[in-house]
Design a protein around this ligand. Structure first.
Ligand SMILES: Nc1ncnc2c1ncn2[C@@H]1O[C@H](COP(=O)(O)OP(=O)(O)OP(=O)(O)O)[C@@H](O)[C@H]1O
Length: 779
């Protein structure tokens, strides 16, 4: 209806450009002197039905746009007017409005008014548009308490004033004036404020505008976004064409959770590298940046770039170290290579900084020096008082550390507190060569990274449960800054969260509130690992969620019940348990498994293993170690020694298999173990050729998640004679030379040894068993 009436009105009041016949027809209504005549008014009047705020209003309206009117004093007689539209005329005096006590809406834009509200206030005046006039001074509008919308663009105002009592003003536009400071707006209920095209240098005095939703400050001289922090309802901020040069300025908007649309176009900050990703990272909730939709990909990229999840950090770290390792001529670290039956035994103490893990690691290595030795990491931080080079850490310079990275020396690295830390392969190997298990400590990122490698350590989490105690410990050390302490405290939650959300991620959790108690618990745990004590004694350790037993000892005991322990050669033990515990295989899993079996059979039959050459020479899991047991091939073929590469025969289905392997590893890389194998082959190395082909597929990953708990139940296999941590390098050779293709031989061999130790049954805890070591040494 409004539209119809409006159109009807405009038909009656032709514009300057209307055709001649129309002009002639209506010309008599307008005077040459710009005076509005009675008959014109009566023609221009209308009743407009407007739907405002859901209610039906009927305004008595007069609209006379673009008529070059100068004198509108006739309107003094129209006291009932509610809406008056006189845009695009030449009006200088609007005093007639004083006679319109019912006026609600006034549009006098594009005129020649100099006097700001030069009339007596209509009591209910709500909306006023004085844009494009010649006003320069705002005056007190106390009497206009009903005003909700005021548009004063394109005038010559240099200061905002007189609005204090406009308690209902929700829209204010003062664009393109000469305003240099934002003030006079305190506590106004503004929802929309437009101040573009002024001379504003600083965002100030806006903090009380708690209802502000739209802010336009474009085309000013603003250098900082400070001042917007508390506008919690802000949804749109236009700061185009200003002088903002720092990306960090966006952090002032960080708490504005409703901000969706930010425009920083034509600011110097746009020239900064990665400007867009950085801003998107800082303001994860925005959906429109610089008038372009923020995509989900951009959001993910920004997080991966600026605050990558631990998995991403670890994957990158692993890839880096692996890549550099691949690029270097390799040394064969034969003592720590994954053996046929068990991985090299390692114990990792993890937990937030200064939770006591280093101290406990040292203590443990001292007390159990027959079994463990401390694996010193490298670091670029300087030694604290009392620390010894080579004992606590290998202290190196930044350059040396970087060189080591590039030499492919590290299994994993991480940056913590501005320093680099790294576990070198040589550190582990040094311990392994002694026939000892390696005990190390590291932060969470290190654990993630290590899980990507072929090492399969035991992870014991030491976690502070009484934060105050922990803070006291940090303070007592006396070498941490407040920021460092805050970081350390904040990381407790990360550990706790992972323990909660990823059952089995840590093998054990021990409260470290009391160091002595923690050590007693740890000691107990280790004794159980070593088989020196009956399992079940560890009562004070916090059992990781979702494990039904309350100590690793129990877990291990549980394993032995199910194991077919006479089969010493059987690294398939885990698979068997796994098979029993896994409800049903998906078709994809079955196909994948068949394919792997087929590959192995083909290789056994003398067909060329092609791209899998290295893998066939030595086990090479390409996925996080926690997945390993799932992905081990099934019993028969996998445990049979393979023929070396290059025996001829038909090619394998490399394509499908390598695709599968890549997809499943998620890293598109081979394990470093493969490198050793290739190298050893090239040199005609006599190192054993244990089989452990472990391509994975995605379905396996899914299964891993589902059955993690059960998988962790049997993390340790009976120790093979070839396990390096028990000085078994010679045995590894035995395995290849004397017992290749003869599993029974190995089985018997192993049983003999077990019997020699006085054990009726093979001990699952054999990984750290003293007798194995002694026996191995005596060999
Ligand atoms: N290679 C590594 N990878 C990951 N984290 C590591 C590594 N080496 C050391 N860390 C960890 O880095 C953190 C800082 O080590 P640093 O030795 O400077 O701290 P600290 O105050 O002595 O802590 P703590 O007493 O827990 O060892 C520690 O939590 C430590 O365990």
């Amino acid at each position: 209806m409004y539209k119809l009436l409006f159109e009807e009105f405009f038909l009656q009041v032709p514009t300057k450009h209307a055709n001649a016949s129309n002009s002639n027809r209506y010309y008599s209504m307008y005077s040459n002197d710009g005076e509005l005549r009675e008959e014109q008014v009566s023609k221009g009047l209308s009743n407009l039905g407007l739907s405002a705020t859901g209610l039906q209003h009927t305004y008595l309206c007069l609209s006379v746009p673009g008529r070059d009117l100068k004198n509108v004093s006739t309107l003094c007689n129209y006291i009932h007017l509610q809406k008056l539209e006189l845009p695009c005329n030449k009006i200088k005096d609007l005093s007639c409005v004083s006679h319109m006590p019912h006026l609600i809406i006034l549009d006098a834009s594009h005129n020649q008014l100099t006097d700001f509200f030069g009339f007596q206030a209509p009591k209910n005046l709500k909306e006023v548009n004085f844009s494009h006039n010649q006003m320069s001074v705002m005056k007190d509008l106390s009497e206009y308490s009903s005003l909700t919308k005021l548009i004063l663009d394109h005038n010559s105002f240099s200061a905002i004033r007189g609005l204090e009592k406009c308690e209902r003003l929700s829209h204010l536009s003062l664009a393109h004036n000469s305003i240099s400071r934002i003030r006079g707006l305190d506590h106004l209920p503004l929802r929309e404020l437009r101040l573009s095209g002024n001379a504003i240098q600083k965002i100030e005095n806006l903090q009380t505008l708690r209802k502000l939703q739209v802010l336009d400050l474009s085309c000013n001289r603003i250098q900082s976004l400070s001042g917007l922090q508390k506008l919690y309802l802000l949804g749109t901020a236009n700061l185009e064409s200003n002088l903002i040069s720092e990306i960090n300025e966006a952090s002032h908007l960080h708490d504005l959770k409703l901000l969706r649309d930010l425009n920083l176009l034509k600011n110097p900050v746009q020239d900064q590298d990665d400007y867009r990703l950085a801003v998107i990272f800082l303001l994860q909730h925005i959906t429109l940046l610089d008038q372009q939709t923020v995509t989900a990909e951009e959001k993910v990229s920004s997080v991966n770039k600026y605050d990558p999840p631990l998995e991403v950090i670890a994957a990158r770290d692993h890839m880096t170290n692996l890549l550099y390792q691949l690029m270097q001529p390799q040394v064969i670290f034969d003592s720590t290579l994954p053996s046929m039956d068990t991985p090299y035994p390692m114990l990792v103490l993890t937990g937030p900084q200064a939770c006591g893990k280093r101290e406990l690691a040292h203590k443990l290595c001292q007390q159990f020096s027959e079994y463990f030795a401390y694996g010193a990491c490298h670091t670029t931080r300087g030694p604290y008082y009392g620390e010894e080079d080579g004992l606590d850490y290998h202290f190196v310079t930044e350059d040396e550390f970087q060189t080591m990275i590039q030499m492919g020396k590290f299994v994993q690295t991480m940056q913590y507190g501005g320093h680099w830390y790294g576990l070198s392969r040589e550190s582990i190997e040094r311990v392994a060569r002694e026939g000892l298990a390696c005990c190390i400590h590291m932060e969470l990122e290190g654990v993630y990274s290590l899980k990507n490698s072929y090492f399969e350590p035991r992870y014991v989490l030491l976690i502070p449960t009484a934060v105050e105690n922990y803070v006291c410990c940090l303070k007592a050390r006396g070498f941490y800054s407040n920021a460092q302490m805050e970081t350390a405290v904040s990381r407790i939650d990360s550990y706790a969260k992972i323990n909660r959300e990823k059952p089995g991620f840590f093998d054990n959790v021990i409260s470290c509130d009391d160091r002595n108690e923690a050590y007693v618990t740890l000691k107990q745990l280790v004794k159980e690992y070593l088989g020196l004590e009956e399992p079940g004694g560890v009562s004070s350790s916090i059992t990781p969620d979702n494990t039904s037993s309350n100590s690793t000892g129990k877990l291990l005991a549980a394993n032995t019940e199910n194991a077919d322990l006479t089969d010493s050669y059987s690294k398939n033990y885990q698979n068997k348990i796994q098979a029993r515990m896994t409800p049903q295989r998906t078709p994809a899993e079955t196909t994948s498994s068949h394919r792997r079996e087929q590959l192995i059979r083909e290789a056994l039959n003398g067909k060329s293993p092609g791209a899998y050459a290295e893998l066939f020479q030595r086990s090479a899991p390409t996925a996080p170690s926690s997945l390993a047991s799932h992905s081990r091939p099934t019993a028969g073929p996998s445990s049979t020694p393979m023929r070396p590469v290059g025996l001829g025969g038909p090619e394998l289905d490399e394509h499908s298999s390598s695709e599968e392997s890549r997809a499943s590893s998620g890293l598109s890389m081979r394990s470093s173990a493969g490198v050793h194998s290739a190298e050893s082959l090239a040199r005609g190395s006599d190192v054993g050729s244990g089989l452990n082909i472990e391509p994975l597929d995605m379905s396996m990953l899914g299964q891993e998640r589902d059955s993690k708990g059960s998988e962790r139940i049997s993390p340790t296999l009976p120790s093979s004679p070839g396990r390096p941590g028990t000085n078994t390098k010679p045995s590894l050779l035995d395995a290849q030379t004397s017992s290749a293709g003869n599993p029974d031989h190995l089985k018997n061999e192993w049983l003999k040894r077990q019997a020699g130790l006085g054990e009726k049954e093979p001990n699952m805890n054999h990984v750290f068993h003293p007798e194995t070591k002694r026996e191995a040494k005596s060999k």
